[in-house]
Ligand binder design. Structure first.
Ligand SMILES: *[C@@H]1O[C@H](CO)[C@@H](O)[C@H](O)[C@H]1NC(C)=O
Ligand SMILES: *[C@@H]1O[C@H](CO)[C@@H](O)[C@H](O)[C@H]1NC(C)=O
Ligand SMILES: *[C@@H]1O[C@H](CO)[C@@H](O)[C@H](O)[C@H]1NC(C)=O
Length: 240
């Protein structure tokens, strides 16, 4: 009895992966796009098929449905690969979901955006368009299959403006930093200066000397005459 049970469990265990595999393969079965569907792709604003490092690259995909079936574009994804060895995939591009209807005898356009960062070189690019019919049968069409050139972005006038703005900002914050530095460390200096001022106030004759050196001679004379007049008055008062 035990043996029969264990054999039964063994059989179940053996069949589970087969069942799972069968279900999965049925679910993910993707067919080649029918000949009645023509998909083409081209870079927008980019006649030389260039991929610009760090910038958004846009491929406009045209889905031409010349068949009887109504389709729905579901997902678009892509691959960058070694152009001399397509099986060597350098990068799987981000897959985007669309859910765009492509009815019979109609053609629709969708944009696919991707970013890349590679040393400048020539690469192979494939873009795949996944779509389904009304019975949920899945298809995969090729929207792009060509060589592209990876280039670095040029330093444009816009970038120069940015650099200039950064320089101004650096100058501004540098100035702010200097002022803050002054208010902390330069503050001690001004205190010392105040002390010195106090000293000079104590010693009036010294400060007078410094001030007079700035004044034109005429002014000096009038002042001395005035002071001498004052002194004379004082003297007169004393005499009285
Ligand atoms: C496609 O859609 C149109 C309009 O909704 C419908 O008339 C036509 O029967 C559909 N074609 C198929 C093959 O289901
Ligand atoms: C790209 O995806 C495939 C599976 O779809 C995987 O086998 C391959 O390793 C991936 N390559 C890179 C470079 O991520
Ligand atoms: C891309 O085109 C080449 C020939 O130009 C072909 O060998 C290859 O199978 C195509 N790739 C895809 C994904 O259709």
């Amino acid at each position: 009895m035990k043996n029969i049970l264990s054999i039964f469990f063994l059989a179940v265990l053996l069949f589970i992966p087969l069942l799972a595999f069968g279900a999965e393969s049925e679910e993910t079965q993707v067919y080649h796009a029918p000949k009645t569907v023509e998909i083409s792709g081209e870079f927008t604003d980019n006649p030389f098929n260039q991929i610009i490092n760090g910038q958004k690259n846009t491929v406009k995909l045209t889905f031409d449905n010349k068949g009887e079936s109504n389709y729905t574009i579901e997902t678009v994804t892509g691959q960058l690969f070694n152009k001399d060895n397509p099986s060597e995939i350098y990068r799987n591009l981000t897959a985007y979901k669309y859910s765009v209807a492509a009815p019979s005898m109609d053609h629709v356009e969708v944009n696919y955006n991707f970013y890349a960062e590679f040393p400048p070189q020539e690469l192979g690019l494939n873009i795949y368009v996944y779509f389904s019919d009304e019975n949920a049968k899945k298809f995969r069409g090729v929207g792009y299959n060509d060589t592209v050139t990876v280039v670095d972005p040029e330093v444009s006038f816009f970038d120069l403006q940015l650099i200039f703005m950064y320089l101004i900002l650096i100058g501004f914050f540098g100035g702010m930093g200097y002022l803050i530095f002054q208010s902390f460390f330069g503050g001690a200096k001004t205190k010392k200066g105040k002390k010195r001022i106090v000293k000079t106030e104590d010693n009036n004759s010294e400060s007078d000397k410094f001030d007079e050196s700035w004044l034109p001679e005429q002014h000096l004379k009038s002042q001395t005459t005035r002071s001498s007049a004052r002194i004379r008055k004082k003297n007169e008062a004393k005499k009285e």
